[in-house]
Design a protein around this ligand. Structure first.
Ligand SMILES: NC(=O)C1=CN([C@@H]2O[C@H](COP(=O)(O)OP(=O)(O)OC[C@H]3O[C@@H](n4cnc5c(N)ncnc54)[C@H](OP(=O)(O)O)[C@@H]3O)[C@@H](O)[C@H]2O)C=CC1
Ligand SMILES: CC(C)(CO)C(=O)C(=O)O
Length: 313
């Protein structure tokens, strides 16, 4: 199976790098600066599951090689339009696109651009970042699951083939026969985590240590679940129990990647994760989502200020 990983950031670098380490046929689509960095230093992974240092093949837009059987799409939501333009020339009849972005909206955008038959659903459960020298840092927690499946459900031959291709790489692949439900659940959890950790600028433990913190977390979780339920994707009780436990764990150091983006003054995926959830609440007539509304506005304000200050420089 020939794999094109789009973006050698935290997630593309981790999952793609682990596949290279396992000897799979992987090429990275990167932009100029990252191509030079990888040519100079290789791709390093610094992980709780063991470090790796590989020298992957890279290509740049306009000269992608191919054909590819699988495109692992690992860009941020705000880079999606440009990434879709870049990969368009290599979407052949048998190409599957597996996005690892948080949220849901990208599924519709990819299907509208390339046709739904090319688009798989995906969920990445891994807390990872890129270090100052472009190394993937995976030290915030041990999760490293890549979950994927057909948007329409069931287990297809291509999903099974991806699962066997991943077999032996240092991460946990899982084929899901209900990936849409898993994506919604991840989105509900992430919108809650990103919303509260960005609003409060702290870890789950910090928020719980503050008066009203627990209420704020659980209220936002309830708001996001109400949106999911109105959309026909009610969260399963076992998921609600597990996430409630995770979000109410005293002393927890958990934060969302969105807070890490804000702290390094990078763009945030506010509209993709929080804005889309809020818009669906409005469309579906879900009332009573004040914390979600505020969190969306908060991250939107951060982005507006960032853009204004960048333009003034
Ligand atoms: N980090 C995490 O812990 C988790 C993240 N996610 C989700 O995964 C997605 C990816 O996040 P993450 O890996 O953290 O993001 P990063 O910012 O670390 O990586 C994204 C990479 O995409 C590259 N890129 C953007 N556009 C293009 C393009 N057109 N061609 C080639 N490369 C491109 C960027 O390269 P350049 O250097 O050129 O800018 C960057 O390196 C997000 O939607 C995020 O929400 C999900 C679970 C956990
Ligand atoms: C769930 C979590 C926190 C790590 O997998 C995440 O997806 C993120 O921070 O973006």
């Amino acid at each position: 199976m020939r794999v094109l990983v789009v973006g050698a950031g935290a997630l593309g670098g981790y999952f793609g790098g682990r596949l290279v380490e396992a000897g799979r046929d992987v090429t990275f689509l990167v932009r100029h600066r990252r191509a030079e960095q990888i040519a100079r230093m290789g791709l390093r992974i610094d992980s709780l599951h063991g470090n790796a240092h590989v020298n992957p093949r890279t290509v740049q837009a306009g000269n992608l090689g191919g054909p590819y059987d699988l495109i692992l799409l690992a860009v941020k939501a705000y880079s999606l339009d440009a990434a879709m333009d870049d990969i368009a020339p290599v979407i052949g009849a048998g190409t599957a696109i597996l996005p690892v972005l948080n949220g849901m909206r990208h599924l519709d955008l990819l299907a509208a651009r390339f046709g739904p038959e090319h688009v798989l659903g995906g969920v990445a459960q891994i807390p990872a970042t890129l270090g100052p020298e472009g190394q993937v840092i995976h030290r915030l927690g041990p999760d490293h699951q890549l979950i994927f499946g057909e948007v329409s459900g069931g287990l297809s031959a291509r999903v099974r083939a991806i699962l066997s291709m991943c077999d032996g790489a240092t991460f946990l692949p899982r084929a899901s026969d209900q990936i849409l439900r898993e994506m919604w659940e991840k989105w509900v959890m992430l919108a809650t985590l990103a919303g509260v950790s960005c609003l409060m600028r702290g870890t789950i433990g910090d928020i719980l240590a503050s008066p009203g913190g627990r209420d704020a977390i659980l209220s936002l979780f309830g708001e996001c679940r109400a949106v999911a339920e109105a959309a026909g994707h009610a969260s399963r009780p076992a998921f609600v129990d597990a996430v409630t436990g995770m979000l109410t764990k005293e002393g927890s150091l958990l934060t969302a990647s969105m807070l890490r983006d804000i702290e390094r003054e990078a763009p945030a995926e506010g509209e993709h994760v929080l804005g889309d959830m809020m818009q669906r609440a409005e469309t579906l007539g879900v009332v009573g989502t004040p914390i979600l509304r505020l969190a969306r506005c908060h991250v939107g304000t951060y982005d507006a200020r960032r853009k204004r200050e960048a333009a003034a420089q």
